[in-house]
Design a protein around this ligand. Structure first.
Ligand code: AMP
Length: 171
């Protein structure tokens, strides 16, 4: 696990002064690390009856689609405002830097479907909390919120459903 953590690159003061940006592109670009990361996460959910994976724009799409493929599910996209073509449900939320609006197609789920919601990194938890609301409002069950990495000192998991948060690499 230390190998996977070490390959993530720290970029100080990006995109704003005071933010230590975790650059996961170095992990994604390395074949061994990428495959290992996806396999380690997928193993946790094999046989758990996951019916759909939700990926959050943009870096959440990468792990989300790899995980969906590995688990044999489809992948549903949560996108920034104005990008999805059909009728949407939307939510505005605060970020570690700024605020944003996310949308999902309103017919994304059959009621009660068991879903994983996936993003690259858990910081303050605002993004994932907004998506959990959207998914639940559309009648699906959030089995777990899944992250490649977590910045534990920001305590983002406190904003997410109790006991339903998993991250592979903790900083
Ligand atoms: P948050 O809503 O605060 O949990 O922020 C999570 C989203 O912002 C994720 O989609 C991350 O990609 C991005 N993000 C926030 N902080 C960082 C950071 N320090 N390094 C890399 N990505 C970050």
């Amino acid at each position: 696990m230390e190998d996977l953590k070490n390959i993530i690159r720290d970029i100080p003061d990006f995109p704003k002064k005071g933010i230590m940006f975790k650059d996961i592109t170095t992990l994604l670009a390395d074949a061994k690390s990428f495959h290992r990361m996806v396999d380690l996460i997928a193993h946790r959910y094999i046989g758990q009856g996951i019916e759909q994976v939700v990926g959050i724009e943009a870096r959440g799409f990468i792990l989300g689609s790899a995980l969906a493929y590995r688990l044999g599910t489809g992948v549903t996209l949560v996108r920034k405002a104005g990008k999805l073509p059909y009728k949407t449900r939307r939510k505005t939320y605060d970020l570690e830097y700024g605020s944003d609006t996310l949308e999902i197609h309103e017919d994304a789920f059959t009621p009660g479907s068991r879903v994983l919601v996936v993003d690259d990194l858990l910081a303050t938890g605002g993004t994932m909390a907004a998506v959990v609301d959207l998914v639940q409002e559309l009648g699906a069950e959030v089995v777990e919120c899944v992250f490649m990495t977590e910045l534990e000192f920001l305590e983002g998991r406190k904003r997410l459903p109790d006991g339903k948060v998993y991250s592979l690499l903790k900083f």
